[in-house]
Design a protein around this ligand. Structure first.
Ligand SMILES: Cc1cc2nc3c(=O)[nH]c(=O)nc-3n(C[C@H](O)[C@H](O)[C@H](O)COP(=O)(O)OP(=O)(O)OC[C@H]3O[C@@H](n4cnc5c(N)ncnc54)[C@H](O)[C@@H]3O)c2cc1C
Length: 430
């Protein structure tokens, strides 16, 4: 099989790339995914929030912040067009102590810098919070109106259908196993045969760093995987709060967020996610983790991730996360700090866990923003973590505009769906 552009990964990002490329270029676009459906992994296994950009440092998370700002409006428009759920339910970010309040003040200023309007993000004291959400206990909170709940798995499927109608091909159950540079084209060996492509986009989520390494790209980086687990609340909790409630992370330099109280787009409530270190981007089960443990530990020891193994703060936080994986009560109690009414006994079933793969640099530090890097015939998107689903549509436009600027793709049309390619790409200029 031959294609002009092959995208490895049919998650929300790869599918969004196919959606735009198939509309504004005449390139033959092919998407490969090893799974039976698009959006099968992280893109369907998340909290389902369309995040307002107040949580993102405009300097250290520039790309994520800009994409989240643009993504909110784009998903709202798209959901309206397709008659899909886009529940503008807002979010409460609560602080329980003085350092937390300081962080909220920082978030207020980031929100403004990232383009939120003054009436979209409000700082409340504990009494004002009580009026709005009587069950919530905190010292202060940010209420952000501009936050919504969706089902990203469903959105990914709709985006795929549009891309297919515009001529993109999706090969599912097809795993890219190796990539060879044949001078004039790349040859991708898969379990379903060989593909020749002029250009490759690596949007493989938790496998993206491995694919990049196979092609000799960014071998200075590595990753660590964290499983985010959820517990489902019994239906009687459905009206406990009107909005989802997040607490300020105590250690924002690490990817350990405290579990949230989540109200999903269909009204179901959950507690989660924690962040349990695992050995594979698909480490949902013990057997997968045992299988991948030896190779992952060896890889970690020969990279910047080795420093994490000797970072006492990281190890102590990680062991807390493991404990909250083993004990439901420990996990639910983390939410009880701000929502005292929740009782661990009312959580009988686990929710669907999702895995985030965080990139670590040579010095052993977590990389904060998404990393976009190119090889001669390839583009690689690494560290595409939260709020990646929120920003997927504008981020895809950003990647295509980078390709256009490098002469790798010819954009022949400005109109793409309800948007102008030119206008959206301007929103993500750094
Ligand atoms: C617990 C959790 C909660 C989150 N909550 C939110 C939220 O509320 N809001 C938000 O905006 N973001 C959230 N995120 C982040 C968001 O879900 C991700 O940023 C986004 O889904 C990443 O999309 P993706 O397409 O890059 O990756 P993925 O969805 O992982 O897609 C990558 C695809 O590549 C395929 N693949 C990999 N290797 C190969 C190969 N060799 N051959 C073929 N196919 C391959 C995989 O099968 C997979 O389908 C959350 C993430 C987690 C883990």
């Amino acid at each position: 099989m031959k294609s002009d552009v092959t995208i490895i990964g049919g998650g929300i990002l790869g599918t969004s790339l196919a959606y735009f490329l198939s509309q504004i270029t005449s390139s033959k676009v092919l998407v490969l995914d090893q799974s039976p459906q698009v959006g099968f992994h992280t893109s369907s296994r998340n909290t389902g929030k369309v995040h307002a950009p107040f949580l993102y440092d405009p300097e250290k998370k520039k790309l994520f912040a800009k994409a989240a700002k643009a993504g909110f409006e784009m998903w709202e428009t798209y959901s309206k067009q397709k008659n899909l759920q886009f529940k503008k339910d807002g979010v409460l970010e609560v602080a329980l102590d003085e350092p937390g309040i300081k962080r909220l003040e920082k978030y207020m200023s980031w929100g403004e810098q990232n383009g939120l309007q003054k009436d979209e993000i409000i700082l409340l004291d504990g009494t004002e919070v009580k009026k709005q959400e009587p069950e919530v206990v905190c010292q202060k909170a940010i209420y952000c109106k501009k936050d919504a709940s969706v089902d990203y798995g469903v959105l990914t499927k709709y985006i795929m259908e549009d891309a297919k109608q515009n001529g993109a091909t999706f090969l599912l159950d097809t795993r890219a196993e190796s990539i060879q540079d044949r001078k004039d084209f790349l040859e991708i060996k898969t379990n379903n045969g060989v593909i020749q492509t002029s250009f490759l986009i690596n949007a493989a989520g938790g496998m993206s760093i491995d694919l990049a390494h196979q092609m000799g790209v960014r071998t200075d980086l590595t990753d660590i995987h964290f499983r985010g687990e959820y517990w489902q609340a019994e239906p009687e909790y459905r009206h406990l709060t009107k909005t989802s409630v997040y607490s300020v992370p105590k250690h924002p330099e690490y990817p350990f967020l405290d579990p949230h109280w989540i109200v999903r787009s269909d009204g179901r409530c959950e507690v989660g996610p924690n962040a349990v270190p695992v050995f594979s981007p698909y480490g949902y089960t013990i057997s997968e983790n045992v299988r991948k443990m030896p190779s992952k530990i060896l890889e970690m020891l020969s990279s910047g991730a080795a420093k994490m193994l000797f970072d006492s703060q990281f190890l102590s936080l990680a062991s807390g996360e493991i404990l909250s994986s083993l004990s439901k009560t420990v996990m639910i109690n983390r939410v009880r700090e701000f929502l005292p009414k929740v009782d661990p006994k009312k959580f009988k079933h686990r929710g669907t866990a999702g895995i985030r793969s965080s990139i670590i640099d040579k010095s052993g530090k977590f990389v904060t923003d998404a990393v976009v890097t190119s090889g001669e015939r390839s583009f690689h998107i690494l560290n595409y973590n939260s709020p990646g689903a929120t920003g997927a549509l504008p981020f895809a436009v950003y990647i295509i505009s980078q390709m256009k600027n490098k002469g790798l793709v010819k954009v022949e049309k400005d109109q793409c769906g309800p948007w102008s390619f030119g206008k959206i790409s301007e929103l993500l200029v750094l």
